[in-house]
Design a protein around this ligand. Structure first.
Ligand code: TYM
Length: 332
């Protein structure tokens, strides 16, 4: 059976982009793959985190997975730091990764900002750890949002470099699965910026835990342009905010954008936004409520993570031994 690996950073503010770009697709894929869903706490540490918040957000992401419909009995759910193979394999793969490959990574450039010399080694090595996450389980498929595409290409390059260097086909080259129309959900305040956990304005995103009133307020305040909605998809060109809201609507409703515009073309945003509020409250509301309920049940969440860590740990340990043998690291 093909294996999926994917993950979310426990950095708070889980939002509609994380849901539509990733988690919702995982729910659909879980029956057809052996699935491993990780809470990537080691990745979160590449930027400063408060320890209590990090623990809280790790449980919150776990709760989000389950609340969104991931079956913890059928899938492996665990936090990255519980399986030592992630860090260990990241070191080994780092010995095969040219600096030139890392220098191309746009996410590092964005996150490091102008003060590159002050950025941490962890932030720079972030994509190597991500390659290790995937390859530790010899995952064949990786469902993610569009922003992770470059990192996945690097993971494939690193897998290829390992296979060539040791004349083996040990690592499968992982396939990205960038699925659906909402692969890049944009900010509600600025259609040229990605919806992001770190945007300082909470009005830029719909959080998975927002209640109905908050959803309604944020959608009503979402930026638009003065024209009515177009009747055809082509009419969304050059109208990023309109495009984003229509894409969100279509994805939440499981309809095509053309179909949505067939209904709302020529109508004003006020009417469309009213329908979007109803739809968002109906789809996200129950998930948010279940997330809040599960997050409060620490014992339940921790039991899921413990079970997941055991299963992931077994696979990880087995593969680490194989990798060490291939690379010539003695295991007396
Ligand atoms: P993270 O935590 O930033 O995001 C988690 C998932 O949500 C997707 N996503 C979006 N999709 C659509 N529109 C958006 N605005 C949006 N924002 C985020 C991301 O593409 C991602 O799928 N590096 C990863 C975590 C990671 C990982 C891995 C993923 C670590 N190791 C191995 C896959 C495999 C990250 O920071 O995701």
């Amino acid at each position: 059976m093909n294996r999926i690996f994917s993950g979310v950073q426990p950095t708070g503010n889980l939002h509609l982009g994380n849901y539509l770009g990733a988690i919702r697709n995982w729910v659909k894929l879980q029956k057809d793959y052996d699935c491993i869903f990780c809470i990537v706490d080691l990745h979160a540490l590449t930027l400063p985190q408060n320890p209590d918040e990090l623990r809280k957000h790790t449980r919150e992401v776990t709760a989000a997975y389950v609340a969104a419909g991931i079956d913890p009995d059928a899938c492996t759910i665990f936090n990255q730091s519980t399986v030592p193979g992630h860090s260990e394999l990241a070191w080994l793969l780092g010995t095969l990764t040219p600096l030139g490959w890392l220098n191309r990574m746009t996410q590092f450039k964005e996150k490091a900002g102008k003060q590159k010399d002050n950025a941490g080694l962890g932030l720079y090595a972030y994509p190597v750890l991500m390659a290790a996450d995937i390859l530790l389980y010899k995952a064949t498929h990786v469902p993610v949002g569009e922003d992770q595409k470059q990192h996945l290409e690097l993971a494939r390059d690193i897998a290829g470099a390992f296979n060539r260097r040791f004349e083996t086909d040990y690592f499968p080259l992982p396939e990205p699965q960038i699925l659906g129309e909402a692969t890049r959900v944009m900010s509600l305040r600025d259609g040229s910026k990605k919806m992001s956990k770190s945007d300082e304005s909470d009005y830029s995103r719909l959080n998975m835990t927002d209640d109905a009133d908050t959803i309604a307020q944020k959608v009503r305040k979402a930026r638009t342009d003065p024209e009515p909605l177009p009747s055809e998809v082509d009419g969304l060109a050059g109208r990023p905010e309109a495009d984003n809201l229509v894409t969100i609507f279509a994805t939440l409703a499981g309809r095509s954008r053309a179909d949505v515009l067939g209904e709302f073309g020529g109508k004003l945003f006020s009417e469309f936004k009213g329908a979007l509020v109803d739809l968002a409250v109906a789809t996200l509301g129950p998930i948010g409520a279940e997330m809040r309920r599960l997050t409060a049940d620490t014992a339940y969440v921790d039991a899921i993570l413990k079970r997941g860590a055991e299963r992931a740990g077994e696979i990880g340990a087995r593969h680490m031994n194989e990798v060490k043998d291939i690379m010539g690291l003695l295991r007396p």
